[in-house]
Write a protein that binds this ligand. Structure first.
Ligand SMILES: [Zn+2]
Length: 316
């Protein structure tokens, strides 16, 4: 299972350059730089690709290193992510009048299209999918980690957007990625187990998934999650592929898993996380999808890739 939608990065991350003092300021002054704009977890897009901008085209941007991240380089240049303020264009003074200081940037941004990676992750070209995934991941991490987890003081961004440093105790903090397992569980008849999470829209079914807990191997996490959510014992577990899922910070590790030999393939949902689950034959799932009795996850997800890998073709 190759070329998962969000695992197609082609740009050289050029990590050694990140510590160079003044790098992001140089990038912002270089007309060859291409800027990825991030706003509220979305990226600027146009015609199914990233809407990359030269710095001079991002009228009104202040190029504050707190909002910038160096994404790397390729033969066509270097890439910089600019995360726009969450409230851009929404700030009002005490009389309810829009704050005008950033008027040029607001007017630029209002003319752009911003897309969620869940929706466009599969249509973006390889390079853009990689750039967008990194840009959105870093933006989500910065937004959630403004303060030092040790002392609570404010942290500042260093190393071209890749490290935060505490202004009081100088401790360094790095972007987080939380490993999660996601598994296509099959039984002795090669039927696939799909579940419906309690908080999902009606008829949505997908593979089971969950976070790896401290002290666990990923294989243990697969067995524990399946046992907890649907009461089924899993035997053989085989890693298939992975992709980042930055909503906000997951790394999805995809597995094929088999119901343990001799174990009953009888589903007993936990009723909390999972409210329904059942095994499907290929024919039954194909028909349920056709009749829209089952709605499968988005094309950007590894879940759909795992289901289609089992199914042997396209389902959605
Ligand atoms: Zn601190």
């Amino acid at each position: 299972m190759e070329n998962l939608p969000l695992a197609r990065a082609t740009v050289d991350p050029d990590a050694v350059a990140r510590t160079r003092p003044g790098l992001v300021t140089d990038l912002a002054a270089d007309p060859g730089t291409r800027v990825v704009l991030v706003r509220q977890g979305r990226v600027a897009t146009k015609d199914g690709a990233l809407d990359l901008r030269a710095p001079a085209d991002v009228t009104g941007a202040t190029w504050d290193p707190e909002r910038l991240a160096y994404l790397g380089r390729d033969e066509s240049g270097r890439y910089l992510a600019l995360t726009l303020p969450e409230t851009l264009g929404e700030e009002r003074d005490l009389d309810g009048v829009p704050v005008q200081e950033d008027a040029a940037l607001v007017s630029l941004v209002e003319g752009l299209e911003f897309s969620h990676l869940r929706d466009v992750g599969d249509v973006l070209p390889d390079r853009d999918a990689g750039l967008a995934t990194t840009a959105v991941s870093l933006a989500a991490w910065h937004a959630r980690h403004p303060r030092c987890p040790r002392c609570g003081e404010v942290t500042e961004v260093i190393d071209a957007g890749w490290v935060r440093r505490c202004t009081a105790d100088r401790s360094l903090h790095y972007p987080r990625t939380d490993p999660a397992v996601i598994m296509a569980v099959t039984d002795a008849e090669d039927r696939i187990l799909l579940g419906h999470a309690a908080h999902w829209p009606d008829r949505r079914f997908s593979t089971l998934a969950g976070y790896v807990e401290p002290g666990e191997s990923v294989e243990t996490a697969v067995r524990r999650e399946v046992a907890e959510e649907v009461g089924i014992a899993v035997g053989q577990v085989e890693f298939v592929a992975s992709q980042p899922w930055p909503f906000p910070a997951s790394l999805m590790l995809g597995f094929r898993a088999r119901v343990a030999d001799g174990a009953a393939a009888e589903v007993r949902v936990d009723g909390v996380e999972i409210s329904a689950a059942r095994f499907f034959t290929r024919a039954a799932l194909g028909e349920a999808v056709q009749e829209r009795e089952v709605l499968l996850p988005t094309r950007s997800s590894i879940a759909l890739a795992l289901i289609e890998d089992w199914f042997g073709g396209s389902l959605r």
